[in-house]
Design a protein around this ligand. Structure first.
Ligand SMILES: [Zn+2]
Length: 345
């Protein structure tokens, strides 16, 4: 009888653990917050098993961001991304598209319509590369407007903002006067693609998750004042990587998030002002960050165990959220192994 090799046993054990974890999460919503160094790439796998990727990170770096997204897809046990939603055409969101499609099949692209920031060379370049791919006819393509529902199976994703337009009626659960409008200063309109971000509210079972891309402060005020059109949200994907141009009290205080997850880089986003705002959000149970923010310093960053990538060498660690039908959910920091459970309120 031949002796089993130890590495073979280890592989078998790891495969076993991974398959057991996947089997356990079947029928649940899973979200992978991929670290793309201050851009966005958030992978949702619905309880029905369909995948929605919101944004594709940066171009270049030998496909670093596309590699990280495909690694997350592998962890999730999916071999195709059914929908890729591009919030807007800045390079940290659309830039990674060509490298992504070279690595994993994509079904449908969703966006807000044409690029409106044609004066910015980087934005135009990212947009043109994306248009070139669409022109191949290999992918379905949908342009959406506020109030539309994405065709994904397993959860409901309603478009809140797109191309500078916003929903004009409160959603179920919204409609109350917003007292936080008074504490939010008025800011001039943002003229870039940020203000045109395609934002969605995802409802999965009892859980409500808001992701507005890089939607800016002026649009937040339009959306949320004088009436809170969104109501309460359980999980907030912090807009604009935690940069101070977004996250007005009129939005973040009024929606009363239980948990906020910030896709900041070490030196991009994670502004002092925004971190301060998140220290004072009523009812916020935890802020999780993809990176320690250099700007925030020790006093303003969330605690180390809630940070995917602390100071020092960057390993591109992600954060992972799993949610059940009843709205209970947990957030895992694979770097530290810390997993926190929350019951939906
Ligand atoms: Zn961005």
């Amino acid at each position: 009888m031949s002796k089993a090799k130890p590495w073979l046993l280890l592989c078998a054990l790891l495969t076993c653990i991974c398959s057991a974890a996947l089997a356990q999460s079947k029928g649940k919503l899973r979200i992978y917050f991929v670290d793309v160094e201050g851009g966005q790439a958030t992978l949702f796998v619905s309880p029905a098993g369909e995948a929605l990727l919101i944004d594709t990170g940066w171009p270049g770096n030998n496909g670093r961001d596309a590699d990280r997204i495909t690694a997350a897809a592998k962890k999730a046990g999916i071999s195709k991304i059914d929908y890729v939603l591009i919030t807007h055409f800045h390079t940290d969101h659309v830039g990674g598209v060509p490298q992504l499609v070279a690595r994993i099949p994509v079904g449908t692209f969703i966006d807000h319509g044409p690029n409106r920031e044609t004066t910015d060379a980087d934005t135009e370049q990212g947009y043109e590369a994306y248009q070139k791919l669409l022109a191949t006819g290999k992918y379905q393509h949908i342009t959406v407007k506020p109030g539309d529902t994405l065709p994904i199976k397993g959860f409901k994703a309603v478009v809140i903002s797109a191309d500078g337009n916003l929903i004009d009626h409160p959603l179920p659960g919204g409609g109350e006067a917003n007292t936080y409008c008074k504490t939010s200063k008025t800011r001039p309109p943002d003229e870039t693609e940020n203000a045109r971000s395609l934002g969605v509210l995802i409802t999965s079972g009892m859980l409500r998750i808001l992701d507005l891309g890089d939607l800016t402060w002026d649009k937040e005020m339009q959306l949320m004042c004088p009436t809170n059109k969104l109501g309460h949200v359980n999980v907030l994907v912090v807009s604009h990587h935690g940069w101070y141009q977004s996250s007005s009290p009129a939005l973040v205080d009024a929606i009363h998030p239980q948990v906020a997850i910030m896709d900041n880089g070490a030196k991009k986003g994670g502004s002092k002002a925004t971190l301060e705002t998140f220290k004072n959000i009523p009812g916020l149970e935890a802020l999780w960050q993809l990176h320690y923010s250099e700007e925030g310093g020790q006093s303003l960053n969330t605690q180390d165990a809630f940070i995917a990538n602390p100071q020092g060498p960057d390993n591109g660690n992600d954060l992972e959220l799993t949610a059940a039908e009843d709205g209970s959910f947990s957030v895992l920091n694979p770097r530290t192994g810390l997993s926190k459970s929350y019951s939906a309120k």
